[in-house]
Design a protein. Sequence first.
Length: 321
Amino acid sequence: MNRPFRTAAVIGAGTIGLSWTALFAAYGLTVRVSDPREDLAGAVDEALARYAPHLAARNLDVTGLADRVHLAADVTEAVRDADVVQENGPERVEFKKDLFATLAREAPTHALLLSSSSAIASTAFTGELADEDAARVLIGHPFNPPHLLPLVEVVPGERTGEDAIQAALDFYTSVGRTPVVERKEIPGFVGNRLQNALSREAVHLVEQGVVTPEDLDRVVTNSLGLRWATVGPFLGSHLGGGPGGYRHLVEHIGASMQAMGDGLDRPAQTPAQQERLIEAVEKAYGSSTYSELAETRDRKQLAVLDALDSATGTTQPKEEN
């Protein structure tokens, strides 16, 4: 699979698919988009207009961005000449089984078949594919929005070929992402499992009246969020131990951390409790529209990315394909 990536098919034009579309086009790929939604043309135009400034801020050339994006009448048309396919459909195993059977049949035999699945491992929906087709299917799970957040979790299935894994790494690197291979299939993969663990405790703390939703967000954005944006949990803990490193941290406060962990509970989340939590979050953030909140989030994420680039002396120039 050592070849340049020139044409990408994006299957599913929801939030993730539209973000992928803008990113791929910004890196010079011809992108063909397929989705049964009636407003597909308007949704693509709106996304490209909205994301173009973000991509330009990352030193990408967005001149003629829309000219590289084409609407396909159906999946078959979208994948006909694709070098890579990025699927972004519903999180349903049977849906993905049917869709990937179509992708394997209609896409060129050299095409890499990737899924943005958030929790479903590819082995769950490739069981009926021939070995040569299953060998080129794997997960390429991004974090939202993928045109800004660099991580892509590359998760091979039981029959994914090593050449396909390397091709996925090459592809995502070529469009400025940071791919990480996860060698064991597990529901939710790594990123969502970490996020879910923190979310469970966040819900529990709000339900117990310890803190409000907006103040809990302030705790994270003014402490853990800042720390983890630069070093992650393990390096952060290693540095937290001072010159003695992670070993000193564990020996010094490990017992107290374990004792605290014994009290961590999964929130009960009865319907009444869930409704109270929803109302509390809506009270905190409901005065702003989704677009307003998302734009603020994206500006902040760009600022963090720019700051990280400045600190490490790196930039994100456009790469030729």
